[in-house]
Design a protein around this ligand. Structure first.
Ligand code: SAM
Length: 266
């Protein structure tokens, strides 16, 4: 997979295919032609060059304990808890695959992947596609690595900041972002980056939480906002998507959980 050097916009670096084979431990150094060097440790490429301060919510994702319980204890049930009705994780993955409809040999990116739930589902649906999963938490990527190896899904695991993604313009056929929008600092900047790395007419699957319509929900969201989470109405969300260069192709919400199929406007 070809990426852009985080230190120089014009320099390319090739990620060795062997690093995506998670059955085998891969560690080493990658470099651009002009000598920018980055390490790969245990199959995870470290391309984070400018570590910015984290919000409280973001910090918790750098704890090993959060990463180890995140998917099994929270993520697999989170949509049922948040919507107040049964919402099995398989239903969410089915929607992801239906809406992204991955090409047989495309390239896809899971942005703010945590344990790479979406990336793994995309790889299973399209085994010949190149799938990258990006997060700035090493602890989450370590967990993603274990889970992807267990699932026999080959992924490119990338430690980087979604605000400045180490990819060239129009690299990916599709992107997926599950729950991450609410946790971002500089969300518009990340959405612009998403549009930049997505091919024209490419698809982006977005799951995010919208502002609650009842006062108890709002009270809870307001306290979560202290920790750095953000919530928007559907209209506010859609105007952000539009500003970043997306059109909304499909959308529905169940309670505060909103699913949107975005298309990269040309
Ligand atoms: C709510 S979790 C997302 C979970 C995952 N997408 C899923 O569907 O299970 C948010 C993740 O985004 C990551 N994150 C937040 N801001 C980021 C940024 N600027 N760059 C990279 N990762 C970021 C956090 O480390 C965390 O793992």
């Amino acid at each position: 997979m070809k990426i852009r050097s985080p230190k120089n916009d014009r320099e390319e670096i090739i990620l060795p295919p062997a690093m995506s084979n998670l059955n085998t431990v891969y560690s080493g150094t990658i470099s651009s032609e002009s000598g920018d060097e980055f390490s790969i440790t245990n199959n995870i490429a470290d391309l984070l060059v400018d570590e910015k301060p984290y919000t409280l919510a973001q910090s918790t994702n750098h704890w090993k304990i959060t990463a180890s319980i995140y998917e099994n204890l929270w993520r697999n049930r989170s949509l049922s808890i948040l919507t107040g009705e049964p919402f099995p994780i398989d239903e969410e993955k089915k929607l992801l695959i239906e809406w992204v409809n991955p090409l047989p040999d495309g390239s896809y990116l899971d942005v703010g992947c945590s344990t790479a739930l979406y990336a793994r589902a995309l790889k299973k649906a399209s085994p010949k596609s190149e799938i990258a999963a990006l997060d700035f938490s090493k602890q989450m990527l370590d967990e993603a690595r274990m889970k992807a190896e267990g699932d026999q899904t080959d992924l490119y695991l990338i430690k980087a900041d979604a605000r400045v993604m180490p990819f060239f313009n129009q690299t990916f056929d599709g992107l997926a972002m599950g729950g991450t929008l609410n946790e971002l600092s500089d969300e518009l900047k990340v959405l612009f980056e998403c549009r930049r790395v997505l091919k024209n007419n490419g698809v982006m699957f977005m799951m995010h939480l919208i502002k609650s319509g009842n006062w108890i929900g709002r009270m809870m969201q307001e306290s979560a906002e202290w920790g750095g989470l953000q919530f928007w109405t559907i209209d506010e969300s859609n105007s952000m998507f539009k500003r970043a260069g997306f059109t909304v192709e499909k959308q529905f919400h169940k309670g505060i959980v909103c699913f949107t199929k975005l298309r990269a406007a040309v």
